[in-house]
Design a protein around this ligand. Structure first.
Ligand SMILES: [Zn+2]
Length: 314
């Protein structure tokens, strides 16, 4: 049984403090988020997390991608679709992921140990389109979703080839809302998955009693869902475990919606039930969702507690 995070981690943007950084800042080349990535990776490793993220420190989960995608533009912080969606102008997460990987390497004295590593994370095409406004070109959301999937496929392939992550996760929180055409959402994931030689995961938060049967059919190796701040999903998992016998479960076992450290006995009992349903080797423990909104020390203690439970059962 391994552990991971869903993605985001609390961070502070830094300002240039030494001569070199001040000089870089003058030329617009100072990166105020680099220290945040480093801090976030080290905190995750200190807490015992096996597969870490870069902390998703730069922006919200939509605009972090859409600001580099032709056909989409930002208006007052919201994404608007203005013309045909095309290939990103930039390999959006490669530099940050490779920097995070370098931090992991240094942390372990030069070589990343077996079982530790990084994952790439992208926000899914269905979620991005459903949180954007279509102003022109597309008559419906579904055509935009498919074009965006082809666009994001460039990013997925770049991550697989240039970062060599443990796996790549697609965040699709909208799939539990009932607003989504599941057939199109599935087709979009198929596009991202095509020819990929690293495992693909899909994170869906929310209550899954209506959506689980559809989600179980998606072509991904790992399904990541919330079980701590949710009293329905464990029951849904238990009743439908036969539908996902070829998949692993990212098992959200600490509550990311509450800014205090979870009760150790609650997590223990939740994880023990999950082991009974899925088997230890098919579980990856993580928080329900991103931890961005938690105070740093609380986020750290939540991860530490989760890994304490992992170690107990390993
Ligand atoms: Zn989530």
């Amino acid at each position: 049984m391994k552990s991971t995070v869903v993605g985001s981690f609390p961070c502070e943007e830094s300002s240039p403090s030494n001569f070199k950084d001040k000089l870089l800042n003058t030329f617009g080349a100072y990166d105020s988020y680099k220290d945040a990535i480093k801090d976030s990776v080290i905190a995750q490793l200190d807490a015992g997390v096996d597969i870490v993220s870069d902390g998703q420190v730069r922006d919200d989960m939509v605009s972090i991608f859409t600001k580099f995608i032709p056909g989409m533009k930002l208006e007052d912080g919201n994404t608007v679709v203005v013309s045909k969606i095309r290939k990103p102008t930039w390999e959006i997460s490669i530099n940050d992921l490779n920097y995070a990987k370098k931090v992991i390497k240094e942390y372990y004295g030069g070589k990343i140990p077996e079982g530790k590593g990084i994952k790439g994370i992208i926000t899914g095409p269905t979620t991005i389109i459903h949180s954007s406004r279509i102003q022109s070109f597309y008559k419906n959301k579904e055509d935009a979703i498919i074009d965006l999937a082809h666009s994001l496929k460039f990013e997925v392939d770049a991550i697989a080839k240039k970062v060599n992550p443990e796996y790549i996760q697609v965040d699709e929180p909208f799939l539990s809302t009932g607003m989504v055409d599941m057939k199109v959402a599935k087709e979009a994931i198929d596009i991202l998955h095509e020819g990929l030689d690293v495992p693909l995961a899909m994170h869906v938060c929310g209550t899954l009693n209506n959506a689980f049967k559809d989600i179980a059919k998606f072509n991904v190796e790992i399904l990541d869902m919330e079980f701590a701040g949710n009293d329905v999903n464990l029951d849904v998992l238990e009743k439908n475990a036969n539908l996902i016998s070829n998949k692993k479960i990212g098992f959200g076992c600490v509550d990311s919606s509450v800014n205090e450290v979870d009760d150790i006995e609650d997590i223990d009992s939740l994880v023990s039930k999950a082991i009974d349903i899925m088997g230890k080797d098919n579980l990856i423990l993580d928080p329900d969702c991103g931890l961005k909104r938690a105070p740093k020390d609380v986020a750290f203690d939540k991860l530490k507690l989760m890994n304490q439970i992992k170690d107990k059962y390993n």
